[in-house]
Design a protein around this ligand. Structure first.
Ligand code: AMP
Length: 420
């Protein structure tokens, strides 16, 4: 399944492509078509499953398609409530990322900070509001926010919301919502009080349950190297000095990265090839056959290309990067040590990925053994927020330059020949 198969509109697909999301996660695959179909959804899923995109994408799509309705521009048509300020910010960022080519505006309100900038943003007009319950009620009571135009309502992390004592606030907010609306309700757990609350909010909901695949075979040994970003290649070559590693599936997050790695290894006389979505099917098959026949030592693959390939008795998987979705890690390492054979996974982690390791260990419920005999240990620290913003800006500028150059080349190609 690909995002293209989910009837998602082009401006959103473009943004997903730019984010280099290869495939939808399970909850996205299940929930997006239902929400596009205007069903109420009761989703049991945790953070780390991709649930934010599962509701953000179809809501953006509805708003984009409804956009012709000019006099409602700038009114709050979608409301998401979530328990914490951090989650609210992340959800707002997700709407901005997936919706960057749609022109649909969102803003975020939460407590503990001056309300001025928040109320000003609302006055300027937004389509989507992401809020924590206390501040939302406060601004409603002061008359800054009205909910009468809300058509799409999301209650996120309902169980945490109740644990944090927000039940009365939520009830007050629901009372102010129009009866005619589409509602989505997400919770990691579904105890009785949550089910009761969901019944107050949802109409004929469809249940979507995501049980994250959380464990790899016991015969699989998992190891981890912490290193710096610029040392990853050297560390990989160091690992591959071990001749026992004679057939290894090497994962790279991006297609471009996979190509670069395969070239780099080939330059170091390590027989390798890359397979990913931009390669023709026969090229992929050829590389895969060579790998299976032992003619290639390393096959570099992106997650999407690796789906569905089954390599008998594969013993080694190396993660050149740590996936941001813990489930992806489980899928990747599950390629090795199948059917009771012994397998080994080795993951290489740069500072920015340290947080992903924590998420993975939470999901698999164990610590991954760290290799300390490491000539390239991690000495850098992860970036702080300001540095991250700066890096994101630079990345965007590089991308824009890349696309501008590509378009220039295209323009040149299609320029008609001058007639004399
Ligand atoms: P969430 O469960 O919504 O908190 O999402 C967890 C992380 O996964 C976020 O960093 C998202 O940006 C990322 N993510 C969501 N969907 C995908 C996808 N289909 N492919 C890759 N990453 C994703």
């Amino acid at each position: 399944m690909r995002f293209d198969d989910l009837n998602i509109i082009k401006p959103i697909l473009k943004a997903l492509n730019e984010e280099e999301y290869a495939v939808p996660t399970s909850i996205q695959e299940k929930a997006i078509p239902l929400i596009i179909d205007r069903k109420d959804v009761l989703g049991s899923a945790q953070t780390g499953t991709g649930k934010t995109a599962a509701f953000a994408i179809p809501i953006l799509q509805h708003l984009y398609n409804d956009r012709q309705d000019n006099h409602r521009r700038g009114k709050i048509k979608a409301l998401v409530i979530t328990p914490t300020r951090e989650l609210a910010i992340q959800i707002g960022e997700s709407f901005s990322t997936y919706g960057k080519h749609t022109g649909i505006k969102n803003t975020v309100v939460f407590g503990g900070v001056n309300q001025g900038p928040q109320t000003q943003a609302i006055k300027r007009g937004v389509d989507i509001l992401v809020a924590t319950p206390g501040r939302l009620l406060d601004l409603m009571n002061q008359g800054f926010i009205r909910l009468r135009d809300v058509e799409y309502f999301v209650l996120d992390e309902a169980d945490r919301m109740l644990d944090m004592g927000f039940i009365n606030d939520i009830k007050k907010i629901i009372e102010k919502l129009p009866a005619k609306r589409q509602s989505l309700f997400f919770s990691a757990t579904m105890p009785n009080n949550i089910v009761a609350l969901s019944k107050k909010i949802l109409k004929n909901p469809v249940k979507v349950e995501i049980n994250a695949v959380s464990s790899a075979a016991d015969t699989l040994k998992q190891y981890l190297y912490y290193t710096n970003k610029q040392d990853k290649k050297s560390l990989l070559l160091h690992i591959l000095k071990d001749r026992k590693i004679d057939q290894v599936l090497l994962f790279s997050r991006t297609k471009h990265g996979a190509d670069k790695l395969a070239k780099h290894l080939a330059a170091k006389k390590i027989l390798s090839a890359a397979i990913h979505g931009d390669k023709a099917q026969n090229q992929r098959q050829k590389a895969l056959n060579k790998f299976k026949d032992g003619e290639l030592r390393v096959l570099v693959a992106t997650d999407i290309a690796a789906r569905g390939i089954d390599i008998d008795k594969l013993k080694y998987v190396i993660n050149y990067d740590i996936p941001n979705l813990p489930e992806t890690y489980v899928h990747r390492i599950g390629r090795a040590g199948r059917a009771g054979d012994e397998g080994i996974s080795i993951s290489i982690c740069e500072p920015e990925e340290n947080v992903y390791v924590k998420d993975i260990e939470k999901l698999i419920n164990k610590r991954i053994e760290v290799i300390t005999d490491n000539p390239f240990p991690q000495t850098d620290r992860p970036m702080n927020n300001a540095e991250k913003k700066e890096a994101a800006k630079e990345k965007l500028a590089r991308k824009q330059e890349y696309f501008a150059n590509k378009n220039k080349k295209k323009d040149k190609q299609i320029k008609p020949k001058r007639k004399y």
